[in-house]
Design a protein around this ligand. Sequence first.
Ligand SMILES: *Cc1c(COP(=O)(O)O)cnc(C)c1O
Length: 392
Amino acid sequence: MHDETRIVHSGREPERFDGVVNPPVLHASTILARNLAEWEERKRRRAQDLPGTYYGMLGTATTRSLEQALAELEGAHRAVVYPSGLAACVVPILAFVAAGDHVLVTDSVYGPTRRFCEHTLARLGVETTFYDPLAAGAIEALMRPATRVVFVESPGSLTFEVQDVPAIAAAARRHGATVIMDNTWATPLHFRPLAHGVDVSVQAVTKYVGGHSDLILGAAAATEAAWPRLRSATYELGQCAGPDDVYLAQRGLRTMHVRLARQWETGVGLAQWLARRPEVERVLHPGLPGDPGHALWKRDFTGGCGLFGVALKPVAPRALEAFFDGLRLFGIGASWGGYESLIMPVDLAGLRSATRWPLAGPLVRVHAGLEAPEDLRADLEAAFERMRAAGA
Ligand SMILES: *Cc1c(COP(=O)(O)O)cnc(C)c1O
């Protein structure tokens, strides 16, 4: 079956719910048993991790619908949802470490994941080494006997370096470390982590699965070997996503492939146009043939999303302000993956320790939405005009 077909049909069971197409939103804490035998049977099935509904905190048919669909899409044994994308990044790390252990984390990791390693993991006696995202198999030199987790994110947050995930995963495997990947950018539609040697694939469902800027949710999908530890850490840490957000996410999932294809195309078009602008030093987009990550991206990915970076040539602060202020279509805001275009200045301060960002000018992150590409380009063209006028 093709992904487009799978995404439409997986995880839905209309026959269970009077033929209703979408799974219902079940608000639940208590799940009643009809009699003692059913109570005991549920207890037995829960202990064996068999499908079913046991207690609201462990999810209901609403939750299972999304988890089932995501597990199928990822080619995973099982998937589990989290109340945020960040929770989906950090709980899997916690699942595989103990005091005295060591983890390797890409220097281009999502900022809040970095801070979790620097603060919480450090406090628990787990040491983090941040590594060059371009290190590929050379991370082997950083592996220690206590290295339990190798965390990858490709392309990297804010700077979009493409990692050699198969080479990193092979090195990790030789040392018995678990590989966790933040795959939010490509989504399982355009990069399949588990097929490239990753043990746990995580994504911020907030972004493209949600797709409408109205929910916060995360998910992790695991191999059969990684699942038991992931499952127990998830439940022991009380991770439970609300049914309304889960419902919205499963609804968003059904159209994700169409939105992604369009946003990818618009993003590539804008990136190509920006690369020719005199104000631009470099565009950070693995889909462009000139990008340093292009060859790896072409080898491993089947596409991507509408998010990329733009390094501008140095400008005066008031010229940059003129660029942003007056934008009519691009919203200035964090997060991405919704249907609307966004733009944001990027500050790498405190976010890189193993590598040094080489460019001096301001860095900007662009998210292409579903608007007409010509209108978006006109909005940016006017911004460059204001910037030029203010800088003169
Ligand atoms: C947004 C994001 C997250 C966190 O998702 P939230 O739902 O906002 O917590 C994690 N990783 C990446 C790469 C992200 O862009």
